[in-house]
Design a protein around this ligand. Structure first.
Ligand code: SF4
Ligand code: SF4
Length: 316
């Protein structure tokens, strides 16, 4: 697969980034070995960047996928810590569990933080200090907010942006896809490396996957897209698409006919409401003692699953 450059970082990566969130306990709950086999399949097909996060709990899957692999692989993780001490612990855990001396990329996991530069100033400071110590190569920001992406353009310390963008704008918390595209272009002009997320709105746009990926890849400044993949067929289809190769129409029709959804096992839901504030998109509420999802607003990110003490939420 061709390689692209992530802004001024100079990092050379494949435009298809393996998003590992769906492999882990928040979604498909694959064993590390099974997830590792999929990651390895993608690496051997030319994918050279993996995206993960402290929250995703997929370091074991990545370690398994990399075992014995000799190619260069760029790994990005994220910390959702509220304070510097926890952020340091998150990065140290990533280094330990991935068996690395230095993380290629650590992002401040700012999905639903409107102003991470104020609200997570201590975390940012800690990440930059860890960069000085040689434990992190590049520091960046992931966000579902246009205002945060816009603000990042003026912060030279932020070298990478991982913004939420898709054709419909689903999941963007403060505006439209068009406005996010403008903010992304501003970041790119300022030298930030941009790799996008949620091009398929967590699976909601899977029926128009090809058009949805092409839309995001065609945006000014977007160099790569993180895509969660759960089968070899899906990986092969996306590798072909991102490489500009043709793929059998019937294979794509099959891939685009898959459906994913959020399942709340109502029978066992205690109605505690812990999942409601965990939702990035205000898609959950508790009514008559049970959590309910508004499917029109759900981007299938799976973040609510991590907040349920009863383990009653799954993306399937
Ligand atoms: S309901 Fe859960 S999966 Fe859906 S958007 Fe909210 S946090 Fe994400
Ligand atoms: S956190 Fe779990 S148990 Fe509590 S309301 Fe949500 S789904 Fe139900």
């Amino acid at each position: 697969m061709k390689q692209v450059t992530l802004g001024a970082t100079g990092l050379r990566i494949s435009p298809l980034v393996y998003g590992t969130l769906p492999l882990g306990p928040l979604q498909a709950q694959l064993a590390p070995e099974a997830g590792g086999r999929l990651i390895r399949h993608a690496l051997e097909a030319g994918v050279s960047m993996l995206d993960t996060a402290e929250l995703y709990d997929t370091y074991g899957h990545i370690k398994a996928g990399l075992n014995g692999y000799r190619g260069d692989v760029c790994i990005a993780t994220k910390t959702h810590a509220n304070d510097g001490k926890t952020a340091r612990l998150h990065v140290e855990k990533a280094l330990r569990e991935l068996g690395r001396d230095c993380m290629d990329i650590v992002l401040l996991h700012g999905a639903r933080i409107a102003d991470p530069f104020t609200e997570r100033a201590e975390v940012l400071e800690t990440l930059l200090h860890m960069k000085e110590q040689g434990l992190i190569r590049h520091v960046g920001l992931s966000s579902h907010y246009i205002c945060a992406v816009k603000k990042a353009a003026g912060f030279p310390e932020i070298e990478l942006i991982h913004p939420l963008i898709n054709r419909t704008g689903m999941g963007i918390l403060d505006g439209s896809a068009k406005e996010m595209a403008v903010a992304i272009a501003e970041c790119s002009l300022a030298g930030k490396g941009v790799y996008a997320m949620k091009a398929l709105a967590g699976g909601n746009l899977i029926g128009e996957a090809r058009a949805s990926f092409r839309y995001v890849l065609g945006l000014e400044g977007v160099r790569a897209v993180a895509v969660g993949m759960l089968s070899e067929e899906e990986i092969d289809g996306n590798v072909a698409l991102f490489s500009g190769q043709s793929l059998d129409e019937s294979v794509w029709q099959e891939l685009e006919s898959r459906r994913r959804r959020l399942v709340i096992m109502e029978r066992f839901c205690k109605g505690c409401g812990f999942c409601v504030p965990a939702c990035t998109n205000n898609a959950l509420e508790v009514t008559e003692g049970k959590a309910k999802v508004n499917e029109d607003d759900c981007i299938l990110c799976g973040y609510c699953a991590a907040s349920c003490p009863e383990f009653m939420i799954r993306v399937v």
